[in-house]
Design a protein around this ligand. Structure first.
Ligand code: SMG
Ligand code: MG
Length: 365
């Protein structure tokens, strides 16, 4: 397989409802899609960087820039996806940009050989249970309406975004209204270790986990916090590689890991993190970054791995978009089917893709 070029395509996808977290409100996803053209097949990757560097240091314009100037030229002579990360290793950071490029190459390679992502990664399930991430709202009533709607749709696990001032009360309200539903919270780094006593007030609510309460660099702080609360600590932002995962587990900073391929440089590193989790008896689950159907297809395959034992943030297309750019992912009894076709197993719908495209750029190799 030889790469002939890479297309960078920007699309603008309005969300069905604003999604508020401790770091800001997302109303439209400005997505960068990477299409790898090869002599044998073409493949797609979705860059999960947001418009602004608020979730992590990456943002979509920077991802496009580093791909154009450094990453795409560096993969000119790769002939397989396993060669992509080594070819990019001398460039520091930019994992979301690297992940999108590696995924596009992997998709092309797997399409050419007729193998699905699920098969390649080692999936053991044909469908995956789905959770949903519920943003911060203006009132508890509004939150209860949203959670009730998602439970009616069949979601098997609810994640509430929290921040100081919106934590114990929303959790209490959801517990009181919806009983023993699987429930977890995500703070996106909004607290410090000095909030440990406050966060311990979440202990009585029997949460599955608290995700990334502290700064992404505060691994020791998470270990300290984990000793002071009974809710299991799960790391998201802090886990940027399999090495970081192994270290965080060893330090006692987390007992659960959220795996996001974009955050860690791609699906091959994501699988290594999954393997680290299995080796340590640490439950894992597949996170989400408000992906379109392109990114969702590959995430659902990852969520079907044996070590992904908790429901992921792999919601149906309608949770995000009125019209997806692929045939929509639709929940069946709280589950999504794992694509079985070659590569990511879904194709963009040409007319939908064209309708949301704001720019394309062809980088010949
Ligand atoms: O894709 O359903 C989704 C979003 C899940 O909450 C979600 N993602 O920290 O886990 C997280 C956030 C990051 C993106 S917030 C805009
Ligand atoms: Mg998170």
């Amino acid at each position: 397989m030889k790469l002939t070029g890479v297309e960078l395509r920007r699309i603008s996808m309005p969300l069905v409802a604003p999604f508020r977290t401790s770091f800001g409100t997302e109303t439209t996803r400005d997505v960068l899609l990477v299409r790898a053209a090869t002599t044998d097949a073409e493949g797609w990757g979705e860059c999960v960087a947001m418009t602004a560097p608020l979730y992590s240091s990456e943002y979509v314009d920077a991802a496009a820039d580093v791909l154009r100037r450094f990453l795409v030229p560096a993969v000119a002579s790769v002939s397989s996806a396993v060669q992509v990360a080594p070819a990019l290793a001398r460039f520091h950071g930019h994992r979301m940009a690297k992940a999108a490029l590696e995924t596009a190459v992997l998709d092309a390679e797997l399409r050419a050989s007729g193998v699905s992502f699920a098969r390649e990664l080692g999936a053991v399930r044909e469908e995956v249970p789905c959770g949903v991430s519920v943003g911060i709202m203006d009132s508890i009533d509004e939150l209860l309406d949203a959670v009730g709607g998602y439970l009616d749709e069949g979601y098997v696990r609810i994640k509430l975004k929290i921040q100081p001032g919106w934590d114990v009360e929303p959790v209490r309200a959801v517990r009181e209204r919806f009983g023993d539903v699987l429930l977890q919270v995500d703070a996106n780094t909004a607290y410090t270790v000095s909030d440990a006593r406050h966060l311990a007030r979440l202990d009585p609510f029997d949460l599955l986990l608290i995700e990334q309460p502290l700064d992404e660099e505060d691994v020791l702080g998470h270990a300290e916090l984990a000793r002071q609360i009974t809710t299991p600590v799960c790391l998201d932002e802090s886990i940027t590689s399999a090495r970081a995962a192994a270290a965080a587990i060893r330090l006692g900073a987390c007992s659960i890991i959220n795996i996001k391929p974009g955050r860690v440089g791609g699906y091959l590193e994501a699988r290594r993190i999954h393997d680290v989790c299995i080796a340590n008896g640490v439950p894992a689950w597949c996170g989400g970054m408000l992906e379109t159907g392109i990114g969702r297809a590959a995430n659902v395959a990852l969520a079907a791995l044996p070590g992904c034992t908790l429901p992921g943030d792999t919601s149906g297309s309608s949770r995000y978009y009125r019209t997806d750019i692929t045939p929509p992912f639709t929940l069946r009894s709280g589950h999504l089917p794992v694509p079985t076709g070659p590569g990511i197993g879904v194709d963009p719908i040409e007319s939908e893709l064209t309708a949301v495209t704001t720019g394309t750029e062809w980088l010949a190799l």
